[in-house]
Design a protein around this ligand. Structure first.
Ligand SMILES: NC(=O)c1ccc[n+]([C@@H]2O[C@H](COP(=O)([O-])OP(=O)(O)OC[C@H]3O[C@@H](n4cnc5c(N)ncnc54)[C@H](OP(=O)(O)O)[C@@H]3O)[C@@H](O)[C@H]2O)c1
Length: 332
């Protein structure tokens, strides 16, 4: 039997009843989710938002609607990442107890006072990490970890170039590549040069002054979070057997980045260079790997701005503008 939340109990949440611009997101009352046997009810302390949340809120690219609801969002409360304190656990949960500090991800909405999360989607917050810093990690941190560790398998001494190094994914990727022993170059705008250096980049390319595809330098691994240059140009900056991960989620109104992903995959069959676009998949094992890196101080969250739950629309508008420095977090 699921453990029920108090009958009729409600919570504050950011709710959207239709797809559209950030103004569709309104502070409202919503029912506290009902716990399943393997679930944990988390009292949300903080929830990070990222470009994927913006795409889901707008319902564009339209292909997303196959998963999130065709005419209107099936899930009225947006948000995926969270950190907070366990309020209650389902009858099958043994890994967590009420009062534990946890972070992770939920597909049932996190921009709310409470979120219902399968226990397998959670990990303990490391002792030295704040709730805001922990909430910033899951989606962006796991994407960066999977790109650097699972896809590129970065080795000590390799040269790695990361575009969008000042953003959510990029700021984690720079630090993870350094932790794996790589020599890291971050590409960012002038105002973010000091930030990217401060998180460990050995070299910084200011894209407003220098085009990294025309410097003559070649890299073993390129994580291209922006895809501002054509694939052919970026490949010039890759070693003959290097790995390129095109990673921008932006693209056309219907299919988003799918056309570019297919093109890179097809081209990959005709070159010794590895062209490897990917879709990140949340894995608890990767969250635990990130918890270790946070614990040891090798990785930290870069927080750009925090917003209150009532300001969720402003937070999504800021993320949608695409100039985030690190992460945007909603504190609940
Ligand atoms: N593969 C996956 O499953 C997956 C998962 C998560 C995210 N993503 C994608 O990864 C991309 C990055 O996500 P994010 O969360 O890091 O985005 P973000 O937080 O918005 O960061 C983007 C960063 O790029 C910088 N930037 C803009 N133009 C640039 C350029 N020409 N060269 C270098 N940097 C530039 C921006 O700062 P300035 O404008 O100030 O320069 C900003 O700091 C998104 O397109 C997202 O959809 C993919």
């Amino acid at each position: 039997m699921p453990e029920a939340s108090p009958a009729g109990a409600t919570m504050r949440a950011a709710v959207q009843h239709r797809y559209g611009p950030p103004s569709v997101l309104r502070p409202s009352e919503a029912a506290i989710p009902v716990l399943g046997r393997g679930d944990v009810l988390v009292r949300v302390g903080a929830a990070a938002v990222h470009p994927g949340d913006y795409f889901v809120m707008t319902g564009e690219p339209y292909v997303l609607r196959l998963a999130f609801g065709f005419r209107r969002p099936r899930q009225g409360i947006p948000g995926r990442d969270l950190a907070g304190v366990v309020a209650a656990v389902g009858t099958d949960v043994t890994a967590f107890r009420p009062g534990d500090a946890v972070f992770g991800w939920s597909t049932a909405g996190t921009l709310a006072e409470y979120a219902c999360v399968p226990a397998d989607n959670l990990a303990p917050v490391p002792a030295n990490v704040s709730v805001v810093d922990a909430a910033a990690v899951p989606t962006s941190g796991m994407t960066a970890w999977q790109a650097m560790r699972r896809i590129a398998n970065v080795q000590p001494g390799q040269t790695v170039l990361i575009t969008g190094a000042s953003g959510g994914v990029g700021s984690f990727a720079v630090q993870i590549a350094k932790a794996l022993g790589a020599e890291v170059t971050g590409v960012c705008s002038t105002r973010n040069v000091d930030l990217v250096r401060s998180i460990g980049a050995d070299h910084v390319v200011d894209y407003t002054k220098t085009d990294f595809t025309r410097t003559g330098n070649r890299y073993d691994v390129i994580l291209d979070n922006v895809e501002a240059q054509p694939l052919a140009a970026v490949r010039r900056a890759l070693t003959p057997t290097g790995t390129l991960i095109p990673n921008s989620g932006h693209g056309g109104r219907w299919l988003g980045p799918i056309g570019r992903i297919v093109k890179a995959r097809v081209l990959s069959g005709f070159t010794r260079q590895q062209l490897k676009p990917f879709v990140s998949v949340e894995k608890r094992q990767d969250l635990l790997a990130l918890a270790d890196l946070l614990s040891s101080g090798q990785v930290r969250s870069v927080i750009d701005r925090t917003y209150s739950l009532d300001e969720a629309a402003d937070a999504l508008a800021y993320v949608g503008a695409g100039h985030t420095r690190g992460k945007v977090v909603i504190t609940v």
